[in-house]
Ligand binder design. Structure first.
Ligand SMILES: Cc1ncc(COP(=O)(O)O)c(C=O)c1O
Length: 373
């Protein structure tokens, strides 16, 4: 019997909140403030508090959060920014758009930056390390911070997938000079359109970001920098404020569902997501690894279970990379490439019924049990 387990969840989440959204939207429409204003300020205060930092600066997207951070830090064009190849393209695209040359390093078993490879890759030309917390699992960020501090390199965290994740009790975003979040509709805290935010403890950086996101305007009539328009609109901020009321509960639910998958899949020949004791994973994605990924994915599709692969083509293998702007660190990207052929994201979202999770786990088991040993 086919199961019909859907991978996407944006519609379900928004449908569940529609009765909370509507009065807020009515109020905003009547209020007439559509750019910035109290809802944006409130969102910034709440995100700063949740991530235990001094400042949160809302911008138009996670990509802008990264780009404007690099610019606000004054990272010189032509220098090197180190990151990984198994991330959403925006991590690398943001470096390129600010004239910073990406150097890609390999990852470890946790799919995040390999700390030893990173240390080896830093040269006097390196200006910034962008550490991605992929799928909501923090990278080994305390070690990365130590290396960056010792080598005199900025650390920017790409927290796009990791709202509320933490390492050693410290929320992500507070380790680097800045943490950049995407609030894209598909993220754990997702707007109904594009949105992003930068968190930082650095007063000067926050002030610079506030200028850059609004044409460099110090006040209505005085331009002190060449900036741009990357403001968050008030309607999105008010929807995000509604969603924030549910975020902690929904994150707990994600973690409970992940623990349930871990239990149900434990004895199968699959690599399950790592669970390092000192890191809180928020399961933006629940991703397993197997050499039989494509066959498993086809089996699940036949059984009505939707899955996804994040990301099937590492960035250095993308057609755009033929232009030659990307460099690969000395050790190569063997782990990244191997994992790209093995990863599979199973359905997981906070409002997912337990029966969908059980049906998915049952079909994964059926796949392995039907294979010749
Ligand atoms: C790891 C990562 N970095 C950056 C981004 C860019 O965010 P946005 O789509 O909001 O520009 C995303 C999400 O799309 C992402 O997953």
């Amino acid at each position: 019997m086919s199961s019909h387990v859907s991978f996407a969840h944006v519609d379900t989440e928004n449908a569940a909140l529609v009765d909370e959204f509507l009065p807020v939207l009515k109020e905003r429409l009547a209020g007439g403030v559509f750019i910035g204003g109290e809802e944006v300020d409130r969102l910034e205060r709440r995100i700063a508090r949740l991530h235990q930092v001094e400042h949160a600066v809302a911008v138009n997207s996670g990509t802008d959060a990264l780009r404007l951070t690099f610019r606000a830090l004054g990272i010189p064009r032509g220098t090197t920014g180190i990151t990984v190849a198994n991330t959403f393209v925006a991590t690398v695209g943001a470096l390129l758009s600010e004239g910073i040359n990406p150097l890609l390093v390999d990852v470890g078993a946790d799919e995040n930056v390999d700390v030893a490879a990173l240390e080896e890759a830093i040269t006097p030309d390196t200006s910034v390390v962008v550490a991605v917390h992929l799928r909501g699992l923090p990278a080994e960020i305390a070690a990365v911070r130590e290396i960056c501090a010792r080598r005199g390199v900025h650390l920017v965290e790409d927290c796009a997938q990791a709202v509320l994740a933490s390492a050693g009790g410290v929320p992500v975003g507070a380790f680097g000079v800045a943490g950049c979040f995407s609030l894209h509709p598909l993220k754990n805290l997702g707007a109904c359109g594009d949105a992003g935010v930068v968190v930082t403890n650095d007063d000067a950086l926050a002030a610079e970001l506030r200028l850059l996101r609004n044409h460099g305007l110090r006040d209505r009539d005085t331009v002190v920098r060449w900036g741009e328009n990357s403001r968050l609109d008030a309607l999105q901020a008010s929807l995000l404020n509604v969603k924030l009321d549910h975020l902690e509960e929904w994150t707990r639910r994600r973690r409970d569902l992940a623990a349930r998958y871990d239990e149900l899949l434990a004895d199968l020949p699959l690599v399950l997501p790592p669970r390092p004791e000192d890191r809180v994973h928020v399961y933006h994605r629940y991703s397993v690894m197997t050499e039989h990924r494509d066959a498993l994915r086809a089996h699940l599709a036949d059984a009505g279970v939707q899955t996804a692969v994040h990301y099937p083509i590492p960035i250095h293998r993308q057609p755009a990379a033929r232009g030659g702007q990307l460099r690969i660190a000395g050790r190569g990207l063997a782990v990244t490439e191997r994992q790209a052929g093995q990863i599979l994201s199973l359905p997981l979202h906070p409002l997912m019924p337990e029966r969908d999770l059980r049906a998915t786990a049952r079909e994964v088991r059926a796949f392995f049990e039907s294979r010749p040993r």
